[in-house]
Design a protein around this ligand. Sequence first.
Ligand code: GDP
Ligand code: K
Ligand code: MG
Length: 297
Amino acid sequence: MAFKSGFVSIVGRPNVGKSTLLNKFTGEKIAIMSDKPQTTRNSIRAIDTGDDYQIIYIDTPGIHKPKTKLGDYMVNIAKDSLNEVDLVLFLVEVTDTEPGPGDLFIIEQLKKVRTPVFCLINKIDLVEKDLILPAISAYKELMDFSQIIPISALEDESVEIVKKEIKKILPEGPKYFPEDMITDQPEKVIAAELIREKILELLSDEVPHGVGVEVIMFRKREDKDILDIQANIYCEKGSHKGIVIGKSGKMLKSIGSLSRIEIERLFGTKVFLELWVKVKPDWRNNEFMLKMLGYNK
Ligand code: GDP
Ligand code: K
Ligand code: MG
């Protein structure tokens, strides 16, 4: 049988479950998840290799009307990637009674590309079954999708169904990456993202969106199986810095120990993690800071 391979881009409004689906596809926690929108800022590739296929997934930041330079960057990445891939997975939520302005904005972008698009109606575990068909009809009217598949990104079965359909549509192609490679993101970036995920989980809404994490040291000790990691957490305001550190440093300690556990699990080694909190007003509009944090485009 011929080997099939290709690139698959995942797009959708914030919080529809893109990162959850990506992680499920590959069985690894590569894209961070949270219940807060705009969790994913970078275009993350996850690689799933089987006996006769290799799928490279791109977890795109949400396509939405940008407000800051970081916002511009995110929209551009998402749009660019659509024309360069073999398939687009457009994720929506079944819980929305009808497609909202966010979904319609994305559909407008999708209509401009020639790449085939699967519409995946996610989170069907949250609703009564009789709400699924009306949702399918609603999306069918909006665009000529190659497929419309209702799924729950939390359940293996539906993820397997989607994967089967993806394999059908992939062209014959080479193994682009070695089979043991699961991502092309530098380990430093993944570590920074895991730390940012914990900040998103632990802090109230107002602070996390102004937070950037930069890993300034990532080193494996020569004599031992230990990783030394140092990272800066950038906040936009002094008051935010206080919140990230918390009373007698309690919050920062929690951020540190939770992210350390995740990083140890992912890299399979003991980790010493040191975190510093710094104030950089308006860093999301600062080209230099964006480059430094890896959002360069
Ligand atoms: P993203 O912003 O599109 O990447 O969304 P995430 O993957 O970060 O998911 C946002 C939230 O939705 C998280 O709390 C997920 O656990 C949750 N979620 C994702 N998929 C499903 C699903 O199929 N069912 C349910 N009940 N929750 C889901
Ligand atoms: K999210
Ligand atoms: Mg995400």
